[in-house]
Design a protein around this ligand. Structure first.
Ligand code: SF4
Ligand code: SF4
Length: 384
């Protein structure tokens, strides 16, 4: 059971507690988001409100004198693709932040008497924060990207276009998983890939990698994040040993998808999500929806409802804009998207949780990928 912030106090005290949280939020954001909500309304904790602020800012400066206990990870996929990043935890909240080279960055990590502390605009923001070791890309799991090159050219994606068309072999995957598995809290493997040549060949390599991991680690949960053209690939992923699948719809509605992912097929993606639920089951299929691509909240909610309606547990992710996607986004959208505000992330998180509950779904059924990592998004059932 996740840390749902149920306040086990009498209703009048609960209202007081909610007002206190509302007060904290109003100090942080200059607005009052939370009113006296009914008992079942998700209520963001102070930690979640802080996490949303960190996600909005997205990067942290770490001075040389800070003695980091582990190496940063250089991601080739995910929202921090192309940048080095560290993951942090305080309470049950986790976040992954890109490392900024700018000493004037709004967020700064410091070490005080050996303990790590995050400052926001020169004020102590989070004390006693843990720096999380990353197994491979993510804490507790080896999340491997077989190829950092992709021919699909999605506007938000930082992945490079095809060049060398190299891909990690199953042997190399096994070597990385073996190193990651030496960490005490190692618990999952996930495989994704850019598409350097064709969807069929890419999925074939992913299936081979999954088979190799399954043969060596019979009990480990294995996630797979793929683009599907041939629906029969889903049964092949399952037979190879994958336990969960992520097929990203990326945005909503279809007209925006066509601008953002011009070389991918929206109806085929929805069809493959439906098929994936048949093959893997409800609560074992997920899909990213990116916020900040010019849509309004009603679009996001419509997408969440459509996905949850077919048994998919969607994940809501704020856009991150950097040197590798700024130009592509401007070309596709006509504007460079702004950062998604903490307030919007929290507000959508509350609605996201409601949509999941309305459909009898939860993020807690997942054992791999982003719902267990919890570093890049406001995750319903974990964060609120
Ligand atoms: S399919 Fe699109 S989002 Fe996925 S790796 Fe390729 S370019 Fe990036
Ligand atoms: S939340 Fe997902 S994308 Fe972000 S670090 Fe974790 S596994 Fe990677």
């Amino acid at each position: 059971m996740g840390p749902y912030p149920t306040l086990t106090v009498a209703p009048n005290l609960e209202t007081l507690a909610q007002s206190a949280q509302s007060f904290i939020f109003s100090i942080l954001f200059g607005t009052t988001l939370i009113s006296t909500a009914p008992n079942r309304q998700p209520v963001p904790t102070e930690n979640t409100i802080k996490k949303a602020s960190l996600l909005e800012i997205g990067e942290i400066y770490i001075p040389r004198e800070v003695d980091m206990p582990c190496f940063a990870s250089l991601s080739s996929a995910g929202p921090d693709a192309g940048s080095s990043a560290h993951a942090f935890q305080w309470g049950n909240s986790r976040v992954k932040l890109a490392i900024s080279k700018e000493p004037s960055s709004r967020l700064r990590l410091a070490q005080v008497n050996g303990a790590f502390r995050i400052y926001l605009d020169d004020k102590v923001f989070i004390d006693n924060v843990k720096v999380l070791p990353l197994a491979a890309h993510a804490p507790n799991q080896a999340f491997l990207n077989l190829s950092g090159e992709c021919m699909m050219g999605c506007a938000f994606c930082a992945m490079a276009p095809p060049d060398k068309k190299e891909s990690l072999s199953p042997e190399r995957v096994l070597r990385i998983v073996a190193i990651s598995s030496k960490q005490n809290d190692f618990g999952a493997v996930a495989i994704t890939s850019g598409i350097p040549d064709s969807v069929a060949a890419t999925n074939g390599r992913m299936i081979d990698a999954i088979k190799a991991v399954r043969a060596e680690y019979p009990g480990i949960p294995i996630g797979s994040e793929a683009y599907i053209e041939d629906l029969a690939d889903l049964a092949r992923f399952k037979e190879a040993g994958a336990t969960e699948v992520k097929i990203n719809i990326e945005t909503w509605p279809e007209s925006r998808f066509q601008k953002i992912c011009p070389n991918r097929n929206f109806p085929k993606t929805m069809e493959s999500l439906e098929e994936a639920v048949k093959v893997f089951g409800r609560g074992k299929v997920t899909s990213n929806i990116i916020v900040g691509l010019g849509e309004d909240d009603a679009d996001i909610i419509a997408g969440l409802k459509a996905l949850a309606g077919i048994g998919v547990v969607p994940n809501v992710r704020g856009i991150r804009v950097g040197p590798k996607n700024r130009e592509k986004l401007e070309k596709a959208l006509g504007i460079v998207p702004n950062k998604v505000s903490a307030e919007r992330l929290i507000s959508l998180g509350e609605k996201h949780r409601n949509v999941l509950e309305m459909n009898g779904l939860t993020t807690e059924t997942f054992e791999t990928m982003c719902f267990t990592c919890r570093c890049c998004d406001i995750v319903p059932m974990a964060d609120l």
